[in-house]
Design a binder for this molecule. Structure first.
Ligand SMILES: [Zn+2]
Ligand SMILES: [Zn+2]
Ligand SMILES: [Zn+2]
Length: 163
């Protein structure tokens, strides 16, 4: 995967380009048409205020510092289904990158608090076999770290759920 600013290769883990030092907001790139509102909730990773992003069908909390997202489970499924259908628009290089670089299951040892209720979120390997580690609050939905929304879509697009 390449940095969207300077095209240098991104490190295998993380979205901070080591050449230009910018964070690559891969989750945000998938939500371009959203309206932005201030949110009173804090990012569980950065402790900075989130933004509420609204599109016609979904409503989510977004951190512009780390590209993290909190989204209700039902809306998440809708978003994934919609984006996977746009598969032809995905960059084949990204797809190959995902296939060649299986995610590390052991990252993220610490638990994050849910931005809304502050309860510790459960840490789960998405669909048990994706290797994409997500955080879940039973009540408020799924927390995705920077780039994880894109990783999940790509995982579906390469048929990861059918293996
Ligand atoms: Zn860069
Ligand atoms: Zn953050
Ligand atoms: Zn919660």
């Amino acid at each position: 995967m390449k940095c969207i600013y300077c095209s240098a290769p991104l490190p295998q883990k993380g979205l901070n380009c080591s050449y230009c030092n910018k964070l690559n907001p891969l989750n945000a790139k998938l939500l371009e048409s959203a309206e932005k509102l201030d949110s009173k909730h804090l990012c569980p990773c950065c402790n900075l205020n989130l933004e509420t992003l609204k599109t016609s069908t979904i409503n989510l909390e977004y951190c512009k510092e780390c590209d993290g997202i909190l989204i209700a489970e039902e809306e998440f499924e809708t978003l994934i289904a919609y984006k996977v259908n746009l598969r032809s628009k995905l960059n084949p290089h990204y797809l190959r990158f995902i296939q060649d670089h299986p995610r590390d299951n052991r990252k993220k040892p610490q638990f994050h608090p849910c931005p809304i209720c502050q309860k510790s979120m459960a840490v789960v390997n998405y669909k048990k076999q994706s290797g994409i580690i997500i955080d879940i609050c039973e009540e408020h939905g799924i927390w995705l770290d920077g780039g994880e929304l894109r990783q999940i879509i790509e995982w579906y697009a390469v048929g990861g759920n059918k293996k």
